[in-house]
Design a protein around this ligand. Structure first.
Ligand code: GLC
Length: 677
């Protein structure tokens, strides 16, 4: 019996391997056959990507008759177009081309499509890989139902400078947490695999080190040691490769003197040779043409030359390949084999998506309506949102709100905002579907509770005329909830800030309300760590709620009342001041570590500020308390490739149920190179 079983198992394994091998061979054969039929111009058309009219996500739109280009086979993929019907129509044009190669439709589905989830930095604060994966899964399902094949997500750039507006888009400062989250997001978007009709191809971006822009200024230079590049900025990209990310996007920034989009070290040596990656690399918007202003290419023709040699497969919105690549090949400057290599990857992506079999398989209007109306998606969005909230402080014990507090003042420029709840990089629908804090609180407060609303001031204005009304509302209430922070478009792409404090006169508004002596809860809505020193020193209860998406108001109200006990932990350090930046937890010890209560010393410190951040990476409180005990190591020695199990007992020693993120930090005290603390 046993022998038979063994034989059957080995047969089935062999069968699986051979099936797997056969499907690979079939795919390769299909692609090769098609490639042989293509003219040089048709090949280059597959490497050309232009934006549709839904929105412009970069400067200088290429002007072209897209329908004519599509029917000519001169356009291989389109971004910023979606909808089952709309994509069907464009696909019909593509099938009129000589070889009828279907289009791929791409979109920045960053944190939700029809249902908006918390911004990625907020989700990272949940440290909950299951909810993060579920969020991306639902986003992928909704996007695929709307005719989208490919999302330009996850953004996996490690970010240590909150002046940079795009910190909202990633997973924060830590390579390990960022790698785990990159995996979860790739798995979520791609679901059962590229080609599943409820999944989209993922795109790990922006390769590489875009988050290290000098001075936090978007698109600025990045320059670092190869050690830092490999230890800090590469890991989340490697995690994305491991998770099977179908595509990569090359970054705008130059890295150590060579722009990422023309950088052979990145796109060939590391990505292809070291990591053995076989997926498509698409440039960021216009990034090939931008090799010219970088001073790395003499003109657009030279830019096309350098980008294809470096290994950038698809040209997004610069038309350099379409204009110059054929000539470069015919004049013998670019081997056609390089073009073929890029085209194979693009054709393979389309094959894997099942588009050659059925170009319209993602164009089902009935499925689109059903999936986009799925009410369970909003419940999932609320659950993710609750877990993304970080309780920064509660020394006053005002939280959770006392159900007996019958008079609540809700004050601040973000209290009634719906649009801001979506944050940057959200898809535009009817903002009235978003739940503002005012709506969520109105829904949640115990019967008989009165909410007095006063805007107080604008988000970024100097007008103080609303202060009196706000102070009066506070005086007439038992407790005050203040919704302050950034507008949705103060973070995101091209939204760097030199001052990451509360814009306008919001802090003055907090001071004016604080002077009433009423208990205050500050709800900080933002896309980045902010400097809130006065508020942190004077207000005894602060929640960081980021931008929580469609269910923002409901999630915040539930946390305010303790229906959900906040468990979020910061994925990025909150500095006391911009002057401390870059500031992150895994700093080096230096030769002169300085205690924070330093007098003037010869230690590595400032004379006008402690070194410590306002709130550290990993910080987050709870309405209950957790005690750690019985810390044990499985061994007291471990070889470099060995294994040690660390265990401890975590006890909820408070009066409420709660969730805790147990964090373990290790340090190599002495190394052949210095190691972070
Ligand atoms: C933008 C962004 C990139 C996005 C692309 C397409 O400029 O840098 O993240 O995917 O263009 O919208």
């Amino acid at each position: 019996m046993k022998k038979t079983l063994l034989l059957m198992m080995s047969l089935s394994l062999a069968l699986f391997v051979s099936c797997r091998h056969d499907s690979e061979t079939m795919a390769d054969r299909f692609v090769e056959d098609l490639l042989q039929k293509m003219t040089l111009e048709e090949k280059i058309g597959q490497l050309n990507q232009l934006s549709g009219d839904y929105r412009q996500t970069g400067p200088n739109r290429v002007s072209a008759d897209k329908i004519a280009e599509i029917e000519k086979g001169a356009l291989g993929s389109v971004l910023n177009v979606f909808g089952a019907e709309t994509t069907r129509k464009l696909q019909e044009h593509a099938l009129k081309s000589r070889l009828g190669i279907p289009l791929v439709f791409a979109q920045d589905v960053i944190h939700g499509f029809r249902t908006t989830f918390p911004i990625p930095l907020a989700e990272a604060a949940s440290w909950d890989l299951e909810v993060i994966e579920r969020s991306a899964r639902i986003a992928g399902e909704e996007a695929a139902a709307a005719g989208i094949h490919w999302t330009f997500a996850p953004m996996v750039d490690v970010t240590r400078d909150p002046r940079w507006g795009r910190v909202m888009e990633g997973a924060g400062e830590d390579p390990y947490l960022g790698s785990q989250i990159a995996r979860a997001r790739v798995r979520g978007f791609q679901g059962a695999g590229v080609g599943a009709v409820d999944a989209v191809a993922a795109c790990a971006k922006h390769f590489a080190a875009y988050g290290a822009a000098q001075a936090g200024r978007d698109y600025h230079t990045t320059d670092m040691s190869e050690r830092t590049l490999r230890e800090i900025y590469f890991p989340p990209f490697q995690a994305a490769v491991d998770a099977g990310a179908a595509t990569f996007m090359s970054a705008f920034n130059e890295l150590n003197g060579v722009p990422a989009t023309g950088n052979r070290f990145l796109l060939r040596t590391v990505l292809r040779d070291e990591w053995n990656y076989g997926g498509v690399v698409v440039s960021d918007w216009g990034a090939i043409r931008e090799l010219v202003p970088h001073g790395y290419a003499a003109d657009d023709r030279d830019a096309a030359f350098k980008a294809i040699l470096a290994g950038c497969d698809i040209d997004m919105e610069s038309n350099c390949y379409n204009r110059f690549l054929a000539e470069l090949v015919r004049q013998g400057e670019v081997p056609e084999a390089l073009v073929d290599e890029a085209v194979r990857r693009v054709l393979r992506l389309k094959y894997d998506l099942g588009l050659f079999e059925d170009p319209f398989r993602f164009c089902d209007t009935v499925r689109e309506q059903t999936v986009l109306a799925d009410a369970s998606h909003r419940l999932a969005a609320r659950e993710v949102a609750e877990r993304s909230v970080v309780l920064l402080d509660n020394k006053s014990g005002v939280l959770p709100l006392d159900a007996g507090a019958r008079r609540i003042a809700l004050i601040g420029p973000l209290a009634k905002s719906e649009r801001d709840m979506k944050g940057a990089w959200s898809i535009q629908w009817d903002d009235r579907e978003l739940v503002s804090l005012y709506e969520g609180l109105t829904e949640r407060v115990p019967v008989g509770t009165e909410i007095r609303y006063a805007r107080g001031c604008g988000i970024d204005s100097s007008d103080r005329s609303g202060f009196a009304e706000a102070v009066a509302a506070a005086r007439a209430s038992d407790v005050v909830v203040m919704a302050v922070g950034e507008a949705f478009d103060m973070s995101g792409e091209a939204r760097s800030r030199t001052d990451i404090g509360l814009p306008g006169v919001q802090e003055e508004l907090i001071k004016a309300v604080w002077a009433t002596g009423k208990p205050i809860v500050v709800v900080l809505m933002c896309g980045r760590p902010m400097t809130i020193e006065w508020t942190a020193e004077h207000v005894g209860a602060i929640l960081c709620t980021w931008w929580l998406g469609s269910e923002a108001g409901n999630a915040i109200a539930r946390v305010l009342y303790g229906d959900y006990n906040p468990s979020g932990k910061l994925p990025m350090t909150f500095p006391r001041s911009v002057g401390q930046i870059p500031l992150y937890y895994s700093l080096k010890n230096t030769g002169r570590p300085a205690p924070d209560d330093h007098a003037i010393s010869y230690g590595s410190a400032y004379i006008d500020s402690p070194n410590a951040p306002r709130y550290a990476f990993g910080h987050g409180l709870s309405y209950t308390t957790f005690d750690y005990s019985e810390l044990q190591l499985s061994t007291d020695r471990m070889s470099v490739d060995g294994r040690m199990v660390v265990s401890c007992t975590v006890t909820n020693s408070g009066s409420r149920d709660g969730e805790e993120v147990v964090q373990l930090y290790v340090r190599d005290l002495v190394g052949s190179v210095t190691r972070p603390v």
